[in-house]
Design a protein around this ligand. Sequence first.
Ligand code: HEM
Length: 405
Amino acid sequence: MVADPLPQPDSIALDEGRFYIDEAGANAAFRWLRQESPVWWFAPRGFWVVSRRDDVQAMSKQPELWSSAGGITMPSYEGHEGDRIGTQAPSIIMMDPPDHSRHRTLVSRAFTPRRVLDLEGRMREIAAESIESTPIGEPVDFVEHVAVPLPMRVIAEMLGVPDSDLDAFRRWSDAVVVQAGADANRDEGMEAIAQVFGYFAQMLAERRTDPGDDLITALLQAEVEGRALDEGEILIFCMTLLVAGNETTRTLVSQATRMLLERPDQLALLRTGTASLPDAIEELLRLTHPIRYFFRRATRDIEKHGKTIRAGDAVMMLYAAANRDETVWGDDADVLNVTRPVEPHVSLGFGQHFCLGASLARLEARILFEELLARRPSWEAAGPIEYNESSFVNGIERMPVILRP
Ligand code: HEM
């Protein structure tokens, strides 16, 4: 591997050894990557960065060239439990075909579009409840009051967690989610992971003798050609849902709200029904990219845009840059336009690993914004926003907002 002779953009910096994107300069850095060095060697950490939409899409569709099994987070996180949260069984997200295909077919038997659609009414109730219980006309933390409850409760209910356990479940999930997005292992994260596993293991034992109408029971019963999921596989799948389905949707909702607060003209288009909300959600998914990147490992030597990627090299698919590709979205790709014709973005991945919860996330976001626009159409920013510290999840910790009817 030859180090790229081009200078590293200032806003993609090495911050005490980790890859770090300075949001203020991100758009310029992403443009530089796409135009000057679409396959860029990030020498300080020793991985490649791929930044064009078509390249990221193509990589996601070629698991025989680009493996997930070698790790999908940053190489510097190796040994970081976000990758392989405390069990021997790998998560679906870190499998390659044919294991992945078999596993995906099995879990898809339980995690069906029908199960997601059946939740619509309940989602609306949860969204309305969280909005109605948020104080009016005074600064509140939008993340805590509005963005957190819906995805968290939906997953809890899908899995069959009773109301009496919701508080504990919420505490553990928070710690697990922080751990998954963190750049290092934390004691509280590891403890929470053990607690959640213990909790799911107990639920599983109960559902074996007393089946319910929940996802855990459906996972226990799912079979393909006489083969069912074993206990370790179900446990790691439940954990994956908890991590994959929580902070991502929360981030979409909070970052989308931040963007709309900065662009009252765009918010007005939604409030008046001039723009279609489902299309606007695609535009917001594109620009918020709740996950900034996932990695792949090259399975053989590969030539790409004049660079030689060696077998085993780690390659970052930088969704954040790919989603702003000017060759796809035009010169104003960085600018929010809720009436923009929808073009496929990469926020939910592509190919084999295409987000299993995509329709759930889209439905949650639509319902939440429908309820918010109907019940509290007036939004006002009310103080500095605190962002999370992860380079991987584009999350917001706290965002003071004033909501009014
Ligand atoms: C806005 C919200 C979400 C975003 C941005 C998001 C993003 C992604 C991305 C980019 C991938 C592809 C990973 C890869 O190619 O390596 C993925 C996979 C996955 N997502 Fe999501 N996700 C979201 C919501 C959800 C929800 C709500 C769930 C479930 C409750 C979920 C469950 C999964 C699972 C299980 C996979 C792995 C699929 C596989 O490996 O076959 N996600 N997600």
